[in-house]
Write a protein that binds this ligand. Structure first.
Ligand SMILES: [Zn+2]
Length: 229
């Protein structure tokens, strides 16, 4: 079955409220990709916004949404040594295990900041989690039948300007001409974060997907369902 996952990176607090409500109202789940230590991030979009805390993410998980690792402090893992990058991923997974009840590194995708990491890190992540989510050049389309545990997952994101227009176009092309599993990465809503989209545009995209009978699911649920086939 054709499926779409919507990931929301960086953990913007005001947006998370709207996103959770928009998805819950339609009986589906969003995936929030968040940082272990956002207060240490140097990214100006993260520094300039209110980022949700662990208590908030625990409630988000309890409400049926997915909360997954997006890094420690939003480092670019390609711009530090391989040893430091591996330590950063390990620290992130340790923090998630400590803070989120039921979190298991083996049952989560790792959503890379900047959608990139050196090959040895991608491989290491694949050995410790479901795999790395990154830009692989397939415009976010994945073939579930070709995936196995540890393999990276492709995704597509949309920066300024016109993030919502281009996200909508990508979705329309997937719905009209393609099959498989599409992984879209958005950030904040209504002016918050990098590549912001209007909540009305998100609602419209979601409604179009659902009325076409396409499944909306989270990455971990999608991948774990493949493993249980
Ligand atoms: Zn990010």
């Amino acid at each position: 079955m054709k499926s779409v996952s919507f990931c929301f990176d960086d953990g913007f607090r005001a947006s998370a409220d709207s996103i959770a409500r928009i998805f819950s109202n339609r009986g589906v789940a969003a995936c929030f990709c968040v940082l272990a230590a956002p207060e240490l991030a140097e990214d100006p979009f993260i520094r300039g916004a209110r980022i949700a805390d662990w208590a908030y993410w625990r409630e988000t998980v309890a409400a049926g949404h997915e909360v997954a690792p997006h890094g420690y402090a939003h480092e670019h893992l390609g711009k530090i040594s391989v040893e430091d990058a591996q330590a950063s991923v390990q620290r992130t997974l340790d923090a998630f295990t400590r803070e989120l009840p039921g979190f298991d590194p083996r049952q989560t995708l790792y959503h890379l900041a900047y959608l990139a990491a050196p090959a040895p890190i991608v491989q290491w992540i694949g050995e410790h989690t479901l795999g790395a989510r990154m830009a692989l050049g397939n415009a976010g389309r994945n073939d579930g039948a070709a995936w196995s545990r540890g393999k990276p997952v492709d995704c597509m994101t949309f920066g300024p300007p016109n993030a919502e227009l281009r996200a909508h176009e990508r979705l329309a092309r997937f719905m009209g001409e393609e099959d498989g599993w599409l992984v879209l990465v958005l950030h904040g809503l209504d002016g918050e974060g990098w590549g912001t989209v209007a909540s009305a545009a998100l609602e419209q995209m979601l409604d179009e997907v659902l009325s076409a009978g396409v499944a909306v699911t989270t990455p971990n649920r999608f991948l774990l369902s493949l493993e249980s086939i």
